[in-house]
Write a protein that binds this ligand. Structure first.
Ligand code: 2P0
Length: 326
């Protein structure tokens, strides 16, 4: 039996991945930059087993249906093909999140699956090759191979599109990300569908593309200089621009809820009160606030007047993927 297990941590993009140039290979329209976090991770084991008659996928102990298993099966097909293997597999995935707040991430999930498969089938991959493999499962997963800051270079082929660590002199250890949980009760548009609709129909998309590479260069420079305000300002502006593209999609949509907007305004108010912090958002209503560790307590106090403490989750920089005993 071929078996492997891995743990991967989620990452939050400071410069967003938004749009695919090639959907099958998951080649992005633009490069992106992320921070891997310690607070949310996925542990996944995979067993390729001759007694199985189909792939089976358990998530947090619950067997998933055919549709939920499809993305996993498609990924397994990729690794089976590499090894000329026809065995089905059992995939057992456990999401570790501090609360049941719908924060499960495809980045940590698919990165862990890539690591587990690589181990199970003895693929003997370099980090770059593992990042490329994880990318085929979910774009953002390629960044979760690495701890700290990672850059996904868009490339123009399967060979050239992968993430790598950004040298930072461990500056990320001085940073924190505060998650503000916002529940809008609205049915999500997946990031996969949202980015496709935006690329296909949004007249704002070209403006996104024009600005994203300069943003990335400026963010890398800010990391090099350990300039928190510079990195924060670019992060916030880049995230807003990504979300701007959705408003001009056909039909238009937004991931923001009224409460998201309130939190964004709170962050601006905190800054005006002399507390450096910056927000970013992804394909959902939760708001993530980038702050230096030294200001985290002050920020929590500031927010406490407006938000319940149960809505806050603190994350720090996290490690790269780790292989685990099965
Ligand atoms: C990011 N997001 O850079 C961006 C910002 C969401 C908003 O990467 O289709 O789950 O599997 O490649 O990686 C989420 O998209 O999408 C994402 P697929 P993925 O983090």
């Amino acid at each position: 039996m071929y078996a492997g297990k891995a743990r991967a941590y989620t990452n939050i993009a400071l410069i967003k991945y938004w749009g695919k140039k090639n959907e099958q290979l998951i080649l992005p329209m633009n490069s992106s930059l992320s921070l891997t976090l310690d607070a949310f991770y996925t542990e996944t084991s995979v067993h390729f087993d001759e007694t199985l008659t189909e792939d089976i996928f358990f998530l947090d102990g619950k067997k998933q249906n055919t549709k939920q298993t499809e993305k996993i099966s498609n990924f397994l097909d990729l690794v089976r093909k590499r090894k000329n293997l026809s065995l089905f597999a059992k995939v057992d995935s456990q999401n570790f999140v501090p609360t049941a707040a719908g924060l499960a991430s495809s980045a940590s999930g698919l990165a862990a699956l890539a690591g587990a498969c690589s181990e199970a089938l003895d693929l003997d991959l370099t980090e770059t090759e593992l990042s490329r493999l994880a990318r085929r499962g979910s774009g953002s997963a390629c960044r979760s191979i690495f701890g700290g800051f990672a850059e996904w270079q868009k490339g123009d082929s399967d060979q050239t599109s992968f993430a790598q660590m950004i040298p930072s002199d461990n500056w990320e250890d001085e940073l924190a990300m505060l998650f503000v949980l916002v529940d809008d009760g609205v049915k999500d548009i997946s990031s996969r569908d949202g980015m496709k609709r935006t690329v296909d129909t949004s007249c704002f998309y070209s403006g996104w593309l024009e600005n994203v590479e300069p943003d990335l260069a400026a963010a890398k420079q800010a990391i090099k200089e350990k300039d928190f305000n510079k990195l924060g300002a670019i992060t916030e502006a880049n995230g807003l621009r990504m979300h701007g593209t959705t408003l001009a999609a056909v039909p238009p949509f937004t991931y923001w809820s009224p409460e998201s907007l309130q939190v964004m305004q709170l962050v601006r108010s905190a800054r005006q009160a002399g507390l450096p912090c910056y927000f970013t958002m992804d394909a959902g209503p939760n708001v993530k606030i980038l702050v230096e560790k030294k200001n985290l307590t002050a920020l929590k106090h500031f927010l406490a007047d407006h938000l319940s403490e149960q809505k806050l989750i603190t994350a720090y920089a996290g490690p790269g993927i780790t292989l685990m005993p099965i």
